[in-house]
Design a protein around this ligand. Structure first.
Ligand SMILES: Nc1ncnc2c1ncn2[C@@H]1O[C@H](COP(=O)(O)OP(=O)(O)OP(=O)(O)O)[C@@H](O)[C@H]1O
Ligand SMILES: [Mg+2]
Length: 259
């Protein structure tokens, strides 16, 4: 498989914090690529660099997408190329309907007037694709977080997504909603959508991921084939930088030595 995306030596600093230090990420076309790392490792920052939330010029390094240097100035630029990010903090407007949320900023208009019939019709088709039976007119506030995630994905599908980025999509979900979301990812993969998922849940990595990249303290640690007998312990070792059996060093002995 060829690389759809190559992020090379990405460095991103905030005042007083180097969030990313020469991070590399290579994602193959058509795969599900998991990005793992402990809290604060730099996962969300890396995805914000990729999607233009942090524009070209605000970070060092290069992004190659579909074989070309990409210098996104904003989210719109990356969306135009089919890169859609669903943030850790969901971005839906609770007081608006599902249809309004999906087409917000992207309304089907006829002569400057929003065509609600068309919008509703298209929303129904998108909701079917993500397995939701809600009416397009239902307020987002009246559906649970699991369904809200699916609405976010329906919104991504409305934009002709090629590379879908999900930042901790299951963090607030119950087990069966998580499973539905992961199964939908597998379905989208079968349709040719490439996906990056950030998750702390290693069972999910094993369930959906083809490849897993671990970042630690803003640095790339490893990229491994997730289907080649990779254990959860292997991933955790990369995430924390030592073997789990060393997680609690023999403090008692150290104390004795000091005495
Ligand atoms: N806008 C910002 N301003 C200043 N520092 C930031 C900003 N965003 C992130 N950071 C810092 O950069 C580092 C990486 O943060 P980031 O949110 O990318 O981590 P993460 O791996 O997504 O963590 P989590 O698992 O908690 O979501 C952290 O030290 C964080 O405090
Ligand atoms: Mg994060």
């Amino acid at each position: 498989m060829t690389a759809l995306l190559e992020m090379r030596a990405i460095t991103k600093e905030f005042p007083g914090v180097k969030a990313l230090d020469r991070v590399t990420l290579e994602v193959k076309a058509g795969e599900i690529h998991a990005v793992c790392g402990e809290n604060g490792a730099g996962k969300s920052t890396l995805m914000k660099v990729l999607s233009g939330v942090y524009p070209a010029g605000s970070y060092d390094g290069e992004i190659y997408y579909e074989g070309k240097l990409a210098e996104f100035r904003n989210i719109r630029d990356s969306e135009d190329r089919g890169i859609i990010i669903i943030h850790q903090e969901l971005a839906l407007v609770p007081q608006l309907s599902i249809a309004e949320n999906i087409f917000l900023g992207n309304e089907a208009a006829k002569g400057g007037v929003i065509d609600w019939h068309e919008t509703s019709h298209r929303t129904e088709a998108l909701l079917r694709k993500v397995g939701l039976r809600e009416s397009p007119a239902t307020l987002v506030d009246n559906i649970g977080v699991g369904k809200q995630q699916l609405v976010e994905i329906a919104k991504a599908l409305s934009k002709n997504v090629k590379l879908l980025i999900l930042d901790e999509p299951t963090a607030a979900l119950q087990e069966n909603d998580s499973r539905k979301l992961l199964d939908l990812m597998l379905e989208l993969k079968a349709q040719g959508v490439t996906c990056i998922i950030i998750t702390h849940k290693l069972s999910e990595v094993r369930y959906v991921a083809d490849t897993v990249t671990v970042i630690r303290d803003g640095m790339s640690v490893s990229t491994k084939d997730a289907k080649a007998g990779l254990s959860e312990n292997d991933i955790v070792r990369d995430m924390v930088g030592r073997d789990m059996s060393d997680r609690y060093p023999p403090r008692a002995r150290a104390t004795r030595e000091r005495c």
